[in-house]
Design a protein around this ligand. Structure first.
Ligand SMILES: Nc1nc2c(ncn2[C@@H]2O[C@H](COP(=O)(O)OP(=O)(O)OP(=O)(O)O)[C@@H](O)[C@H]2O)c(=O)[nH]1
Ligand SMILES: [Mg+2]
Length: 280
């Protein structure tokens, strides 16, 4: 049992990636800094095998800075090079590239054979959908080469992009694990916009998100939608959101479905404060 969103293009991407791996010197894995655990597809490490890797905690602009630092330390302690980044501004991208080139050099054949046969290091940028892989590559290339979009499943096929004299990058489609067993992980992925909208319902997602924000003491949303402190039931929270946003159905009932959409959208855009859903 579990939750699944694994369309054909992901299965094809996995096959292609397996074939491309022999060309790759280093892997850059993009995670969402708001939920690094849930946005890590551990099945990807089976494909990449022992390749040297760099972890990028992207969308750090939307995450809690102290928790992001804690995650970086955790990854460093586990032996990964980990770099927070904001691919909207480009912050962290040069550091991530430098770390990738370092890792590639370390992994280089001691006889230097690879460097004789190819001019550039090759890196694959991997991750689940919508975490910012294509945005990272565009920042790295300093121009828009890869298609970017605010929904999952934008990149459909692999694409090589030359970054500079030393580096070439492979953009890949977001790849989900075939099955997600943990409901909390699924909720985090849906809240972050990593899943196709047809795979979840917005109202239960919004109530789960509100409960999660409350559970973590992230109560900025209350001021935004004028939710009284004593209101702790997530369904009632949605009614307050509906009230403050004027979402009414005919007959004077609150349109909580519309309110749920507003909450989820505002969370994704960082309007509910810098909120990280998981600590290390
Ligand atoms: N706030 C913020 N938004 C970002 C950042 N990086 C990417 N985005 C946004 O996230 C959305 C997804 O970006 P993409 O680069 O298309 O993500 P992707 O991982 O290539 O997605 P798929 O190709 O669908 O797997 C876009 O709306 C980007 O503008 C970031 O660091 N901060
Ligand atoms: Mg993409």
């Amino acid at each position: 049992m579990g939750f699944s969103w694994y369309p054909g293009h992901m299965a094809r991407a996995v096959d292609q990636l397996k074939q491309s791996m022999k060309l790759i010197d280093v892997v850059i894995e993009i995670l969402d800094a708001r939920a690094p655990r849930s946005t890590r597809n551990i099945e990807l490490s089976e494909i990449t095998g022992g390749k040297p890797g760099v972890v990028v905690l992207n969308k750090a602009d939307l995450a809690d800075p102290a928790t992001t630092r804690a995650w970086v330390e955790r990854y460093l302690a586990e032996g990964f090079r980990a770099i927070p980044a904001d691919c909207r501004t480009g912050e962290g991208v040069p550091e991530a590239i430098a770390a990738a080139i370092d890792a590639a050099r370390e992994g280089e054949d001691p006889r230097g054979e690879r460097r004789h046969s190819r001019a550039r290091f090759r890196t694959a940028v991997l991750g689940i959908p919508n975490v910012g892989k294509s945005s990272f590559i565009n920042r790295a290339a300093r121009r828009s080469r890869a298609k970017v979009g605010d929904h999952p499943g934008v990149t459909r096929a692999k694409q090589w992009i030359v970054i500079d004299r030393d580096l070439e990058m492979l953009d890949t489609p977001g790849i989900m694990p075939p099955r997600v067993r943990d409901h909390r992980v699924w909720t985090a992925l849906a809240a972050l916009g990593c899943l196709d909208a047809s795979t979840y319902e917005v109202e239960p997602l919004a109530t789960a998100l509100v409960a999660r924000l409350d559970g973590m003491g992230l109560s900025d949303y209350r001021g935004r939608y004028r939710v009284p402190e004593e209101c702790s039931d997530p369904h009632e929270v949605l009614e307050h959101v509906a009230r403050s946003r004027g979402c009414m159905r005919t007959g004077g009932k609150f349109d909580t479905a519309r309110a749920a959409e507003i909450v989820v959208r505002d969370f994704r855009l960082g309007r509910l404060g810098r909120a990280t859903l998981e600590s290390p």
